[in-house]
Ligand binder design. Structure first.
Ligand code: ZN
Length: 200
């Protein structure tokens, strides 16, 4: 399982983290990718908050106001299931206060990401219902959409430069017939026994 950030969302996050000298919280809008166990953070919001140098506690009043704004915009609160917070220049991990914050979220599941200004991140997924389980060490990555022009260029370059070499098949048992063109086999006792036509 991975949590992907499209490049523009990641740049926005990095910019806020870089310019903020105290711990700060953001909420991310997430979407599960179809047919794979991965999520994409499609939006990011910095809401009004009070943070200290060493802690960010999500103030329920501030969150309430933020959620009201989202509702007024016609957003579904269900989608805002990613809590991101910064440890500024310290190591990334989930402190006891962070655990408390995570446990205070309403909803069935939550993705939490702790980041710092060195570019480190720690990510976990908490599923609260029917029992609380935590998936630790979830990978965070940037989602790069395939570039049509680059794909075409790559296709031409690979066709020009990359050749498939027949893969030699070896047998260590004489009773197994060899494929035409192969005259060698690998024996664990004897090592390489004969040469192949394909390796002149
Ligand atoms: Zn923290």
């Amino acid at each position: 399982m991975k949590i992907f950030f499209p490049p523009d969302v990641k740049r926005k996050l990095d910019a806020i983290i870089q310019v903020c000298d105290i711990e700060v919280s953001l909420l991310g809008k997430v979407k599960k990718l179809p047919r794979r166990p991965d999520f994409v953070v499609t939006g990011l919001e910095l809401f009004r908050q009070e943070c200290s140098e060493v802690s960010t506690e999500l103030d329920s009043e501030a969150l309430g106001r933020f959620f009201s704004e989202l509702l007024a915009r016609g957003e579904s609160l269900e989608d805002w299931r990613c809590w991101i917070h910064s440890h500024v220049d310290s190591q990334v991990f989930f402190s006891r206060i962070d655990e408390r914050t995570i446990n205070s979220f309403l909803g069935d599941w939550l993705i939490s990401i702790c980041v710092n200004r060195r570019g480190d991140s720690a990510c976990r997924l908490d599923i609260f219902s029917p029992v609380h389980v935590t998936c630790h060490d979830v990978e965070v990555a940037v989602l790069l959409e395939p570039d049509a022009a680059l794909l075409e260029q790559a296709k031409a370059e690979v066709a020009d430069k990359v050749r498939k070499k027949p893969f030699p098949i070896f047998f260590d048992d004489d009773s197994v017939p060899l494929l035409p063109g192969y005259r060698r086999y690998w024996s664990w006792e004897e090592g390489l026994e004969e040469e192949s036509d394909y390796e002149a």
